[in-house]
Design a protein around this ligand. Structure first.
Ligand code: ADP
Length: 550
């Protein structure tokens, strides 16, 4: 910033730091009566307004101040999507501390590791996670207090958690008179660790500025298109890259927010969608499987659901078809990463696509999409040379932008940028219109006879075969080709699948030599902490698998 030259004629615009507190202040002042509805951990529905949320966030900010939390301190949460978590989002970051959202699906040892790594001062947790806290509390050396997010009557009295505090007591004991402090907009606001499929998790440390800019950008029409006419239900957890920014972009836009709590099964979600007239939702593909199965099995329809963002892993074409054609739900395929706050690209159509057939439009929508303003991207070969945007040539995907990390928290991993660009670890093509398509994660690509096979295409074909519920393609050792694809399939309940017919189904859909060498059926795919298929586990499971072609 200061490194840039100053013009002799500076603009005459007001300026104040871009701070997260301004979002909830705006929502309270201009959309104060709009609702936040939560299905609570306790099971019931809780309903209040942005005004109430702001008021309780200020009470919590006062409480944190009394507990001695100061600028830059880390305060962790281990919580579902709900109103108390939302209050913590604003109270912690708004008062200048750093909100460290922890993924409860990590192993307890990993949770203890990141709590210590982050040097969390306080840890706020939902009732559900009491057993985790009981198990790790004594290993969390920096934590001065554990705050259980409930009323006093739910607190354990057996002394199993040291320095236990009650969230509702803190709220009740404090005033909602609090003036959000002003400080440098580049100050850290929140911290989210990557799931660490290899090695220890590493922290992405967001700033107020990056978060506010990401919130503006993600609300735009060709990004997530969040407006004051929406009722937004983030299925993506608030512990996974800030629920893709929706706890910021919804209040910024005045949208109603609907939180599902821990109840993410198809039935609970469907009921909430209908009851709260949800128009817009967001989540990883695996979560939609559950909802769509429930809706299909019970012959139900959505009465208000219009749009959904699917990202985190590739949206299978069969899922996009069902949502669009059977239920009339627009699908926005989005791509991003924890390291990118997360939004990088969104797949929406341009004026030039309006005359295309539905099938042609769907082919565009299935790509991960065009860069959102604020993010730039390129594909390069292994030597770092930029590759053409022809939709065919694939290479390593690099990004740069206002809400992308330049280094991990505490410099873990050292210098990570390549010439100022962040290497995403994804392999992609970019077409002449700027639409990026992920071929694979570089560590999942199958290297057959020196040539690359992208697994996403192979999985998408399998997913559109009758009876296939989920599919994952992995590399297996082959004496001649080094690696060949093995297709691992989970069948729909009671489905019969003929291996040969499934392999035959690939004909004409992909290059012949890409066809998997074999198919295996298993009961369930290993899922990681963010609901993604853990291919490293699958590779381990099938490392001695002997292909019929070997
Ligand atoms: P983690 O890296 O911990 O799995 P992230 O949510 O940060 O968690 O994952 C980012 C990665 O997820 C991307 O690098 C990419 O490989 C994958 N991903 C995200 N969105 C998509 C998408 N729409 N299609 C394909 N892959 C995706």
């Amino acid at each position: 910033m200061s490194a840039y030259p100053k013009s002799p004629l500076m603009g005459q615009m007001m300026s104040k730091p871009l701070l997260i507190s301004s979002i909830i202040e705006h929502a309270d002042r201009h959309f104060g009566g709009n609702e936040i509805v939560s299905r609570r951990v306790e099971g019931d529905i809780h309903r209040y307004t942005y005004h109430d949320c702001h008021s309780r966030a200020k009470k919590l900010a006062n409480a944190l101040q009394q507990l001695g939390v100061v600028l830059g301190d880390r305060v962790a949460t281990l919580a579902w999507n709900g109103y108390r978590h939302m209050e913590a989002y604003y109270a912690v970051s708004g008062s200048g501390a750093v909100l460290h959202t922890i993924n409860p699906r990590l192993y307890p040892e990993q949770i203890a590791y990141i709590v210590n790594h982050a040097e969390d001062q306080y840890l706020l947790f939902d009732i559900t996670f009491l057993p985790i806290i009981q198990a790790i509390a004594k290993h969390c050396t920096t934590v001065k207090g554990f705050v259980m997010m409930c009323d006093r009557d739910r607190l354990p009295t057996d002394g199993s958690v040291p320095n236990l505090l009650c969230y509702e007591d803190l709220i009740a004991a404090n005033s909602d008179q609090f003036i959000w402090p002003l400080f440098d907009e580049n100050s850290a606001s929140s911290l989210c660790y990557t799931s660490g499929t290899t090695g220890n998790p590493k922290g992405a440390l967001y700033s107020h500025r990056s978060t506010v800019l990401h919130s503006y950008a993600s609300a735009m029409p060709d990004a997530l298109n969040v407006s004051a006419r929406d009722a937004v239900l983030p299925v993506v957890p608030m512990f996974h890259v800030n629920a893709w920014g929706l706890p910021y972009s919804a209040p910024l836009s005045g949208a109603k927010l609907v939180f599902p709590g821990p109840h993410m099964d198809g039935k609970s979600l469907y009921e909430l969608f209908e009851q709260e007239q949800v128009t817009f939702s967001a989540g990883v593909p695996t979560i939609w499987l559950g909802l769509l199965n429930y809706v299909a099995q019970n012959n139900l329809r959505f009465s208000s659901f219009k749009r959904t963002v699917i990202g985190g892993s590739a949206c299978p074409p069969s899922m996009m078809k069902t949502l669009r054609h059977t239920y009339g739900v627009e699908v926005i395929h989005a791509w991003g990463m924890t390291e990118m706050s997360p939004l990088g690209t969104t797949g929406t159509l341009q004026a030039k696509h309006m005359g295309l057939t539905d099938a042609q439009q769907e082919a565009v929508l299935l790509k991960q999409g065009h860069a959102v303003y604020g993010v730039d991207m390129k594909i390069v070969d292994d030597a770092g040379a930029e590759l053409p945007w022809d939709g065919i040539t694939y290479g390593n995907l690099l990004v740069k932008g206002e809400w992308i990390i330049h280094s991990y928290f505490k410099q873990e991993g050292g210098d990570i940028l390549e010439d100022g660009w962040f290497p995403t670890g994804d392999v992609a093509t970019i077409d002449a219109d700027g639409y990026m398509q992920i071929t694979d994660r570089s560590k999942d690509v199958i290297k057959s006879g020196g040539e690359w096979i992208g697994t996403i295409d192979l999985e998408n074909v399998a997913m559109s075969f009758p009876g296939v519920l989920q599919a994952a393609c992995i590399s297996v050792f082959h004496p001649k080709w080094d690696e060949r694809p093995l297709l691992v399939v989970v069948k729909k309940p009671d489905a019969e699948i003929d291996k040969a017919a499934l392999l035959q189904f690939y004909e004409g859909k992909i290059a012949k030599w890409w066809t998997p060498d074999d198919v295996v059926f298993i009961d369930a795919l290993p899922l990681g902490a963010t609901g993604k298929i853990q291919k490293n586990k699958l590779r381990e499971q099938f490392k001695d698998y002997k292909l019929p072609t070997a």
